[in-house]
Design a binder for this molecule. Structure first.
Ligand code: C5P
Length: 227
């Protein structure tokens, strides 16, 4: 079997990472969660520059970028790679609502995107990679052999995200999660640089009414047709 590049894009909490992780495991491919990279940069800027709803200095973010070092380290026990920011495991912290509320602003900064896209292209250059995000099929790997554009209703997505956060023990309100999903969708799809958009050659996949197993089986079929 030849190794291919699989790009999975879509709105927030469409279940991209669940599918991507499953595919990577099944095919013995590397999984790259590019959202984790934008989240880690955001966390760094929140700590260093106190980025918040009322405080956002793009110039300062650009100046601090060279001090951000990102690394994925595979956790054997968990079966997936965790995000390290300057040597610190930040896997849990980058998923907090506080970070979710700032990430789309930081991710709209072209210098941030340029840096992370270069790293993503490097990570995927040998193929045999499943990468998920917002601009993988359009910008990072426009030549990917398979592009999937995941969609699901906004309510379904917010509910899944909420369940996930509660499951982890975070204290969040459903309405705040719903608002965040909507805000990020809007910012991610209207930004100037690399907006979230379905690539012309992407397969659109709506999983609103599918359970995880059905979803995985259908996507695996699409993948096997391309191998
Ligand atoms: O995938 P996840 O929801 O964790 O991504 C968090 C945020 O990072 C997105 O809402 C978006 O603003 C940004 N992002 C991006 N491009 C990517 C992946 C994520 O702009 N390829």
């Amino acid at each position: 079997n030849k190794k291919i590049t699989i790009a999975i894009d879509g709105f927030s909490s469409t279940g991209k990472s669940t599918v991507a992780k499953g595919l990577a495991k099944k095919l013995n491919y590397v999984y790259v969660d590019t959202g984790a990279m934008y989240r880690a940069v955001t966390l760094y800027m929140m700590r260093k520059l106190f980025v918040s709803d009322t405080n956002f200095d793009e110039e300062a973010i650009i100046r601090h970028l060279p001090f951000v070092s990102l690394k994925f380290v595979f956790n054997e026990q968990k079966g997936f790679a965790e995000m390290y920011l300057n040597g610190e495991n930040v896997e849990k912290e980058i998923r907090y609502m506080e970070v979710s509320e700032q990430v789309s602003k930081v991710a709209a900064v072209p210098e941030v995107r340029k840096l992370l896209v270069e790293q993503q292209q490097e990570m995927g250059k040998e193929k045999g990679v499943v990468m998920d995000g917002r601009d993988i099929g359009t910008v990072v790997f426009p030549d990917a052999e398979l592009k999937i554009f995941m969609t699901a209703s906004t309510e379904k997505r917010a509910q899944r995200r909420y369940d996930e956060l509660i499951e982890r023990g975070d204290e969040v309100e459903f309405d705040a999660v719903l608002k965040n999903v909507k805000d990020r969708d809007f910012m991610d799809s209207t930004r100037e640089d690399s907006p979230l958009i379905k690539a012309d050659d992407a397969v659109e996949f709506d999983n609103s009414d599918l359970d995880l197993q059905e979803q995985f089986d259908q996507i695996l079929k699409i993948v096997e047709d391309r191998l």
